[in-house]
Design a protein around this ligand. Structure first.
Ligand SMILES: *[C@@H]1O[C@H](CO)[C@@H](O)[C@H](O)[C@H]1NC(C)=O
Ligand SMILES: *[C@@H]1O[C@H](CO)[C@@H](O)[C@H](O)[C@H]1NC(C)=O
Ligand SMILES: *[C@@H]1O[C@H](CO)[C@@H](O)[C@H](O)[C@H]1NC(C)=O
Length: 301
């Protein structure tokens, strides 16, 4: 009730008596002003307690004058895209969110952001890469430098254009089924990984690694892992075809409603299972015979 009364009183005083300096204190400030930045797309966000006001965002590079952000003058949103206003060079910025009231002469309530340097603090998303075998014991990891939202004379800059020599990639890899992981740092987008075990499958992940940054933001997001094929995996040819056949099976169909395709699928699965059973049995018997023969021949006479 108290707040309703306050609002009524505020409304009355606004309309009947005009705004007094004291009322400025009850004009809500932007709260929780914070930066969100991914691959140099940088937004300032804040929260508001009332939708009755608009906001103007100003920004300044450290030791420079404040400028208004052209797209964020008297906006009613609680977010401002500052991507094009912030240079990607290693400089820090402040922003300031001012609550707007019409026809006011005195200083408006405003909230200043924390210091923000996109070069050091913009998060870097997962990169895409390929991994291809070079020979028995080496693979080549080929990383695509991600693009940012920064343009320079019409050219969209990649993170390598911005970070230059500071840009490294961390390549993490492990042998399939083993827990030991190895990290390699690469200063180029292509890296040969030597010393792998012949015929084994290895899995790789990549993240950007910017040495000059503070620890907390040094490493970008990890990419999805990619694995090389093991040359010993004989089942690989068979397994996918069974899964492809299984796609004919529609679990919601009643048994008799199965399509021709599904029947063919079922037939194939049964046939495959039969072949596997026969093969396994034959192999087992042959193995046992061999073992028997061996034990017979090596038995003392
Ligand atoms: C970067 O990502 C972290 C983790 O998701 C998040 O806490 C942080 O606010 C992000 N920083 C920026 C500037 O977006
Ligand atoms: C690396 O990837 C890029 C982009 O995907 C491609 O243009 C380039 O030819 C690849 N290089 C090698 C050696 O695979
Ligand atoms: C990248 O690393 C290699 C060896 O690790 C080094 O010889 C080369 O000078 C480095 N290049 C740059 C641009 O730092």
């Amino acid at each position: 009730m108290a707040t309703v009364k306050t609002l009524l009183w505020l409304g009355l005083s606004l309309s009947a008596f005009g705004i007094t300096t004291a009322d400025v204190n009850s004009v809500p400030r932007a709260q929780d002003v914070h930066w969100v930045s991914l691959d140099f797309t940088t937004h300032l966000r804040w929260s508001v307690t009332s939708s009755d006001y608009t906001y103007t965002v100003r920004f300044s590079r450290e030791d420079a004058d404040w400028e208004e952000s052209p797209n964020c003058i008297q906006i009613s949103a609680s977010e401002c895209d500052l991507t094009q206003s912030l240079k990607a060079s290693d400089r820090a910025y402040f922003a300031d969110v001012q609550t707007e009231i019409m026809d006011m002469d005195y200083e408006l309530p405003h909230t200043q952001s924390s210091r923000f340097n996109p070069y050091r603090e913009s998060n870097i998303s997962a990169v895409s890469f390929t991994v291809a075998p070079l020979d028995d014991r080496r693979v080549i990891v080929n990383i695509t430098d991600p693009l940012t939202s920064i343009y320079d004379r019409g050219k969209q800059l990649s993170i390598r254009d911005i970070f230059k020599k500071d840009l490294n990639y961390k390549i993490r890899y492990y042998k399939s089924g083993s827990t030991g992981k190895r990290d390699e740092i690469s200063n180029s987008s292509m890296k040969v990984i030597p010393g792998l075990d012949k015929g084994e499958s290895y899995c790789f992940m990549v993240a950007t690694f910017i040495r000059s940054r503070p620890k907390a933001t040094q490493q970008g997001s990890w990419s999805m892992q990619q694995c090389t094929e093991s040359s010993q995996d004989n089942l690989q040819g068979v397994t996918p075809s069974i899964f492809q056949l299984l796609q004919f099976w529609q679990p919601e169909d009643s048994f008799l409603d199965l399509s021709v395709g599904a029947w063919v699928g079922v037939g194939f699965i049964m046939l495959t299972v039969l072949i596997v059973i026969v093969t396994v049995t034959v192999l087992c018997c042959r193995q046992r015979n061999k073992t028997l023969q061996t034990s017979q021949s090596s038995a003392p006479v």
